[in-house]
Design a protein around this ligand. Sequence first.
Ligand code: NOJ
Ligand code: CA
Length: 553
Amino acid sequence: MPTALQTATALDADWWRQAAVYQIYPRSFADANGDGIGDLKGVTSRVPYLKALGIDAVWLSPFYPSALADGGYDVDDYRDVDPKIGTLEDFDEMTAALHQAGIKVIVDIVPNHSSDRHTWFLEAVAAGRGSAARERFHFREGRGAQGELPPTDWTASFGGPRWTRVADGQWYLNTFTPEQPDWNWDHPEVREDFLRTLRFWSDRGVDGFRVDVANLLVKDLPEQLPSKDELAQLDRTSGTHPLMDRDEVHEIYREWRKVFNEYDPPRFAVAEAWVETAERRAKYASPEGLGQAFSFDLLVADFEAGQFRSIIEQNLEQVRATGSTSTWVFSNHDVTRHATRYGLPPLAGRTVKQGVEWVKAGGPGAALDRQGGLRRARAATLLMLALPGSAYLYQGEELGLHEVAQIPAESRQDPSFFRGAEWDGLGRDGCRVPLPWTPQGSSFGFGAGGAHLPQPDWFAEYAASTQEEAAGSTLNLYRQALALRHELQGAEELEWQDTGNDQVLAFTRPGGWLSVTNFGNAPVQLPDGELLLASQPVHGRTLPAHTTAWLRA
Ligand code: NOJ
Ligand code: CA
């Protein structure tokens, strides 16, 4: 028999398995000093809001010192706070306040690349070709008579070449922007330094880590490099691709796991790894590795019963094999908000990021079914919150916010907009606009000053303060759903119920929690059971179109 203390520790170690995690994009959440940029004191000031929302953890996107060439994913110093948004003391204060409210803290670790202002990169540039300092990155000579051409014709993720030339003529590898030089993970000092960073934040009381592009760290860059066309032909599922998802990356995460397990409870980690198959993803979720991995399967699906059902089935089957738990996510700081996606014509095979193109093509008024999109988003979210596993929510979705399409070019910040990334015409600023807390004020209550990305007039309708008072608001739907989830959630199991209608998905969780979603356009009869919550008003025993209801079966 375990002692009471052991049982408590074991439970605590499993806190993440079915957690509702709320992602904060710190520069756009709340601005305490009125300079237009969200800050850590702003997060602290909103702890009561987060507590009332009922989430289990927050994940903070990078708050480290950064020139913001990529929204903070260009890190100058992994063990400090950007002076523009706070200090380490502010961080400690925020963590203490969140913990006091029963909310865990997850921070973002960006191990594939640093920034071009990181001390080691500055040192590498200054030390010159052939130096030990350059070994920590991927420096190469160029092609052409004078080395004037990049070593390969590869394109960076946000457009432009994947190599950047320094003054002495050498080139360095940058998977994203030139301001984000890729680390050389074959270098022992790089590995050591990240272990130090993991300990630094763990010692400060952080409960876990979200690992940025966890699949890209290890590279195989022989003398003779493949061309872009040759790369495109290479298998991405065998663990041998030169640039992504190589099997050796898991050695790194086994080392990280040892560090996580030095703590009680062990520190948690979730991999961001857009890999090709569910089998490849499972490797990141191994208990000897990071332990959990994001699944973006639902995020790239249409609001359609068949797609939802098969994705849910596949993901649940997957985690039975790894021992991890499923992850569900509809929105984050990289994609068009799901209320907007579901208000656009179905994706039907196009990628989710191209959804933005529709907003651009028709303009929000013309192309977007604002109400219908939000209605479907609420139904989808309520379904997701009934699933076993972790639910990842993105700031502002609890307000039912839409993507902001109309941001003038001169106000935009995302490098993918400026560098003409092939995959995303408008970039990602539209989901990063500072939150509306009140219907009035110079930045809708975001702070006493302005907002670093312009907020549209329609933000007034979505203000948190108004929604707090409105019974059927999206904010209250999230609050009620999260509170009920705590109450109802038990074993990580789900049983599908036959609805006799392929537009209607229903499943029960242990203890008689029944979730029913009507994906169809026509109302249907509600099954038996006490109605607990619904994403739209329910009259009698009729479940309206595009609505989810929770019942006690
Ligand atoms: C994934 C992050 O979510 C995204 O915002 C960032 O631009 C890239 N990784 C590069 O760090
Ligand atoms: Ca500020």
